[in-house]
Design a protein around this ligand. Structure first.
Ligand SMILES: NC(=O)c1ccc[n+]([C@@H]2O[C@H](COP(=O)([O-])OP(=O)(O)OC[C@H]3O[C@@H](n4cnc5c(N)ncnc54)[C@H](OP(=O)(O)O)[C@@H]3O)[C@@H](O)[C@H]2O)c1
Length: 317
């Protein structure tokens, strides 16, 4: 297939963990061209996407750049849309998600894949505060009204959270692992860096088969106790679970969160929602992503692959 005859997919947030995975899978398949959107073409991550063969285009991933979005989506066959992390009280995420989708429609993109989450407000009848879930669900609702082919993917809790945002505390030769979930509660987790791409590649390989579908992306369904046991097994280090599943416990291990009380409310709202209502809505197919990507990493495989021994790591751009 000559290069210009390959479908062109635009990836918004291309340097994000999700975005990099998508760009890598699409280019590795040899079947797609990729236009990678970033705030800065000079970053290490953006340069590495360019080296892989992506066309890197500078666009700020924030509301208010509608004309630039439309231009960036020009002549694309598909687009992967994601929203960067935002801390409450910002509601930018809803506005940005809708503007990206509207721009894709205006540019005549054939099919969009949006990275969303469940509507916590609705599922928990307003009892749990998790706007970074609900805002994505509202963007997905908006997308459903648009004249464009679309598929929604939903990522599980990231394994990388424990490395990037909630790292262990090392005390002597013991690794204390604070989790924002009860010790024996099994939740869906995933490696966004390797699991997002195969799922999105599958959708763009046969978009007609996934019109309107909502597809969870899961690597493992596992409890903190099992995660700590696997960590000890893989590293040979002595490790213990610590609860960060209450305001007091969360702030004991991560006092910096206290600078934004709404972020604490949101973190607790999210995890209480996951425990009381389930992270994914009833009837979601939790096996789909592992069927189409049997190489999806379990937590234990993730630990072996990244050779992680409890230190804080950053996967950011
Ligand atoms: N953590 C979880 O467990 C989890 C689970 C499911 C879903 N999610 C969702 O996944 C999304 C984050 O995805 P990710 O972790 O793959 O992203 P990420 O690695 O944090 O990267 C975010 C990207 O967005 C761009 N960006 C634009 N404006 C930004 C800003 N103001 N702050 C930070 N980055 C900005 C940056 O790219 P440039 O600098 O190149 O523009 C950056 O590479 C969030 O919406 C989150 O709610 C998270």
């Amino acid at each position: 297939m000559s290069d210009v005859s390959k479908p062109l997919i635009v990836v918004a947030g291309a340097t994000s963990k999700q975005g990099r995975s998508v760009v890598t899978s699409l280019l590795d398949s040899g079947r797609f061209r990729v236009r990678a959107l970033t705030r800065s073409a000079d970053s290490v991550q953006a340069k590495s996407l360019a080296e892989m063969g992506a066309q890197v285009v500078t666009v700020p991933l924030e509301p208010g750049h509608q004309r630039e979005f439309v231009r960036a989506f020009g002549s694309a066959d598909g687009a992967f849309l994601m929203t960067p992390p935002v801390a409450p009280p910002s509601t930018d995420e809803f506005v940005l998600g809708c503007q990206l989708a509207d721009a894709a429609v205006e540019a005549g993109v054939g099919h969009i894949v949006f990275s969303a989450l469940e509507n916590v407000e609705e599922r928990a009848s307003g009892t749990k505060y998790a706007p970074h879930f609900t805002d994505k669900a509202l963007v997905a609702e908006h997308i459903r009204t648009l004249p464009i082919g679309h598929t929604i993917v939903m990522l599980s809790f990231f394994y990388t959270n424990a490395l990037e945002y909630y790292p262990p505390r090392i005390e002597g030769d013991k690794v204390l692992m604070p989790f924002y979930l009860p010790e024996d509660f099994r939740a869906p987790f995933v490696d966004p860096l390797t699991a997002t791409g195969p799922a999105v590649l599958e959708v763009f390989s046969d978009p007609g088969a996934y019109l309107g579908a909502v597809l969870p992306i899961v690597g493992d369904v596992i409890s903190p106790r099992e995660m700590v046991d696997a960590f000890s097994r893989v590293t040979g280090l002595e490790a213990e679970y610590r609860s960060a599943y209450s305001r007091e416990d969360l702030l004991t291990y991560f006092p910096e969160l206290g600078e934004n009380p709404l972020l604490v409310d949101e973190t607790l709202g999210m995890v209480e929602y996951a425990v009381e209502y389930g992270y994914f809505g009833n009837g979601r197919d939790l096996e789909w992503s592992r069927r189409i990507d049997p190489g999806a990493l379990s937590w234990e495989q993730f630990l072996r692959r990244y050779d992680w021994r409890g230190e804080r790591l950053s996967f950011g751009a």
